[in-house]
Design a protein around this ligand. Structure first.
Ligand SMILES: Cc1ncc(COP(=O)(O)O)c(C=O)c1O
Length: 394
């Protein structure tokens, strides 16, 4: 009764939530460390942005808008990207999407069919794996090397490029590892893409959530290799539920014209992205408040605390995060002998302590024997959670 496409669809970050609901119904308090949503913790959508959304609805902006996005927002996004990254794009190179998630959906719909491949970091944000398969493509994971602070293994990428490779994904800072790829590695990936004439996709949703290091936009490192950037308002502007994102095409030699046209057809077929949230997004870009910087400051303390605690827990081994809001410790599954794999471990942890993490294998093969924990909660809650994990492992 249901297509293969939907039967096979999995999303570990929320699938674990279904088990958490069951455990909660049985009377246990749940500590949600599975979802990367700052707004459910003590990071609130700034009032002036919410006000812009309310103003837009009362001003009657409640109709279908341009399928490619409200022109003023496309101009603002273009200005923002140009100012921040000095890349040469125009408003015509911007498409407003319902979150980065819709941008991923459009791109993989436009790039893949008949077992064609996309190279994605391993581990990676699971939506890339899901949608690649959804469109009859194959996500091929390239190694992020845990022994080298989760940096991409360039030889592995070279080995895995095939005539079927349609794109290479860079996701930096990466979810779930929090790694900021070094400029050297990004440049090497871009050079490889140039050598094989493959475009790059660059997921930049965490570009403003970086701690000690300096973020560099991959497009600034590319002379002529086409790069499609994905970004949005969920994380930096604390508006996850509004579903606001965009794609931009950095395409100095016009090699993406056909893909761009196809994606525009698809954008028209889904009518438009949320109208009033687009007006609020214009306000967020025109008047960037202090909220992002304040969030990063708070998160840094929470990251430091989480990293310190995780490193002290026997049986876990953790690399620190450069950005985003996740840590991805390795579980010494073989010496514990109690659990067959990371999924069993995470479910057992949830049933016993109420701590809801995500099993690492949900982020692809390279995520096996890990768990992802978000450090978005306040220090008080984090302390409780790490005490529970520590006791559980003892
Ligand atoms: C790497 C990455 N890309 C995209 C998304 C989804 O973003 P959006 O809310 O804009 O759909 C997430 C959400 O956690 C993410 O981690």
């Amino acid at each position: 009764m249901v297509s293969r496409r939907l039967k096979d669809l999995q999303y570990a970050i929320r699938d674990i939530g279904v088990i958490a609901e069951e455990v909660e119904k049985a009377g246990k308090q749940i500590y949600h460390l599975n979802i990367g949503d700052p707004v459910i913790y003590d990071f609130k959508t700034p009032n002036y942005i919410s006000q812009a959304l309310a103003d837009a609805t009362f001003a009657g902006q409640n109709f279908y808008v341009n399928s490619l996005g409200v022109p003023e927002l496309r101009e603002e996004v273009c200005r923002y990207e140009k100012n921040k990254n000095s890349i040469n794009i125009t408003p015509d190179d911007i498409l407003i999407t319902s979150g980065v998630t819709e941008g991923i959906f459009f791109l993989l719909a436009g790039l893949l069919e008949n077992n064609e491949e996309i190279l994605v970091p391993g581990p990676t944000y699971p939506v890339y794996l899901n949608y690649a398969q959804f469109f009859d493509g194959i996500p091929v994971e390239y190694e992020l090397n845990e022994k080298n602070e989760w940096e991409p293994n360039i030889d592995d990428i070279r080995k895995k490029i095939s005539p079927k490779t349609k794109a290479i994904l860079i996701s930096s800072p990466n979810n779930p590892t929090g790694t900021l790829f070094s400029n050297k590695k990004i440049k090497q990936i871009i050079d490889l893409a140039g050598e094989f004439d493959i475009p790059i996709l660059s997921d930049e949703i965490y570009d403003q959530i970086v701690f000690e290091k300096q973020y560099t936009c991959p497009a600034t490192l590319s002379k002529d290799v086409p790069i499609i950037g994905l970004n949005g308002f969920s994380k930096a502007h604390l508006a996850t539920g509004w579903r606001m994102g965009y794609l931009y095409y950095y395409d100095p030699q016009n090699r993406l014209t056909e893909l761009k046209k196809g994606i525009e057809n698809m954008a028209r077929a889904r009518l438009c992205a949320n109208s009033i949230a687009q007006y609020a997004a214009i306000e967020a870009l025109k008047n960037p408040g202090p909220h992002t910087e304040e969030m990063v400051k708070k998160l840094r303390k929470r990251r430091d605390y989480s990293y310190k605690r995780l490193r002290q827990i026997e049986g876990l081994n953790c690399i620190n995060a450069d950005g985003a809001f996740y840590l991805f410790p390795k579980i010494d599954i073989t010496s514990f002998k109690k659990w067959k794999n990371d999924k069993e471990f995470v479910i057992d942890l949830l049933r016993n302590t109420g701590v809801c993490a995500v099993y690492g294998s949900g982020f692809g093969t390279y995520g096996k024997n890990h768990l992802r924990l978000t450090f978005l909660p306040d220090l008080h809650l984090l302390e409780k959670v790490y005490n529970l994990i520590e006791d559980f492992l003892k």
